[in-house]
Write a protein that binds this ligand. Structure first.
Ligand code: GLN
Length: 439
């Protein structure tokens, strides 16, 4: 298939099922120049000088700048904002001839875990249509799961790539903090955010990761990945005693771990992290304060609308919370305490990775709810109880399909030490192989 043909196939599917048909609502905007750009890539392929991503059709979360497209963060605040430049990850994708098909729906300013807080309406789970797809990278994940593109970019502050990937049965990676440039990302929380790939297979996710990672002089915390080739011997299984986790999910993921470990002759070791149950309480003060600070530029003077006047309740809760915490901060009460707890969690992981090569657990401790059903803020936040720790520790983590419960996909999370992506991907491939054999 040529790139134009591949693109047209996806556009037809989007036409059929994104606004109409199943009404997935994965996209906020399609790239009006996509066909033109596909033709250029086809020419390059013909001449034999196309890049690594030639032929791949890629969707991008609406908080990453893509020149000329609407980067709305799914908020009325940035409704009229057209990106004047490409984020570093987009530059890298274009340099390797990846084709951007459009900008995806998301929770407003990445603040959410269900895909329901977008100003452009909720996204549906393409596998079970009346359920949430998870969030906040809801549209990017739904686009991959629905067959609207080959791969997508999401962002993950506390689980926003892995959580929807789990609910929709695709592969999602949160890279090591600092391994992918955040230049051109409209951030939720700068000390936790990472851009990462979403795809149907581990191999495709790896391909996209390899293109976007690496040091960028425009992002001073970014570093080049030092890939280690160390072999895998011991897998850590997380003690979930203090976490509220659906027993069916626990069982399903446990069985998968046992199988993959047996198949590869790895050893198993139980890992107990003493501060695991403090992850949510540690995460939110950090996010509230950093988000509050980041939103001060949306005061209506440069981008048209004042965030406080147009944003939805979850964004407002964070702005209000962040402002209150900041006021109390001269006593070092919340943000500073949260930073201390973050350090403790990071140190616990460092210690654990001296004994095991990876830690595996469910990605999300509960099954997705029906779109629109009322759940409390605490319940909503609890979806991320097992994904947030990796962001606090700065390590890498991936979600791959473990199985299904009543037709709903359930993901398992593989966490590895900082810059150990190679190892994490190897384990994920073993899980994927088992899945394929069972088909
Ligand atoms: N659900 C979490 C939150 O609302 C994570 C969001 C994210 O990773 N962007 O903060």
């Amino acid at each position: 298939m040529t790139v134009v043909e591949n693109l047209k196939k996806y556009l037809a599917e989007i036409e059929k099922n994104d606004r109409k048909g199943n009404k997935i609502n994965a996209f906020i905007q399609l790239n009006p120049k996509a066909i033109e750009e596909a033709k250029v890539i086809d020419e390059k392929i013909k001449k034999g000088n196309a890049g690594k991503l030639a032929g791949k059709i890629i969707a991008v979360k609406s908080c990453i700048n893509v020149k000329g497209l609407n980067v709305t963060c799914a908020s009325k605040t940035l409704e009229n904002y057209k990106a004047p430049y490409d984020a570093t990850v987009i530059k890298k994708i274009k340099a390797e001839d990846g084709l951007i098909i459009g900008m995806t729906n998301m929770d407003e300013f990445a603040s959410g875990g269900s895909g329901e807080t977008s100003a452009f309406g909720p996204t549906k789970n393409p596998i079970v249509l009346d359920l949430i797809p998870g969030g906040s990278s809801s549209g990017s994940v739904a686009a991959v799961a629905a067959g609207f593109c080959d791969m997508a970019l999401g962002t993950d502050t506390g689980g926003s790539i892995r959580n929807p990937s789990s609910h929709c049965g695709v592969v999602g990676i949160k890279p090591t903090y600092g391994s992918v440039s955040r230049y051109g990302l409209i951030d939720l929380s700068m000390s936790l955010d990472q851009i990462g790939p979403i795809a149907k297979t581990v191999e495709d996710a790896e391909l996209l990761l390899n293109v976007i990672q690496g040091r960028d002089e425009k992002d001073s915390v970014s570093q080049s990945l030092e890939c280690s080739k160390k072999s895998i011997k011991t897998i850590g299984i997380l003690d979930l005693q203090r976490i509220k986790c659906d027993e069916r999910i626990k069982r399903l993921v446990d069985e998968k771990i046992q199988k993959v470990v047996k198949e590869n002759n790895w050893k198993i070791k139980k890992i107990k992290l003493n501060y695991l149950d403090l992850a949510i309480e540690t995460y939110y003060p950090l996010v509230y304060v950093e988000f509050f600070s980041a939103t001060r530029r949306f005061d209506g003077r440069r981008y048209g609308k004042r965030i406080e006047e147009v944003a939805g309740p979850e964004v407002l809760r964070r702005i209000l919370g962040g402002s209150e915490i900041s006021k109390a901060e001269y006593h070092g009460r919340y943000y500073y305490q949260a930073l201390k707890a973050k350090k403790l969690i990071e140190q616990e992981f460092e210690k654990a990775f001296k004994e095991v090569d990876a830690i595996i657990c469910p990605t999300v401790p509960r099954l997705p709810h029906k779109i629109g059903s009322k759940i409390s803020v605490e319940e909503m936040y609890s979806y991320d109880a097992l994904t947030i720790p990796a962001n606090l520790a700065g390590i890498c983590a991936i979600s791959v399909l473990a199985g299904r419960i009543g037709g709903v996909p359930v993901g398992m999370q593989i966490m590895c030490d900082k810059f150990q992506e190679a190892r994490m991907l190897e384990i994920a491939k073993m899980v994927e192989r088992l899945n394929n054999e069972n088909l």
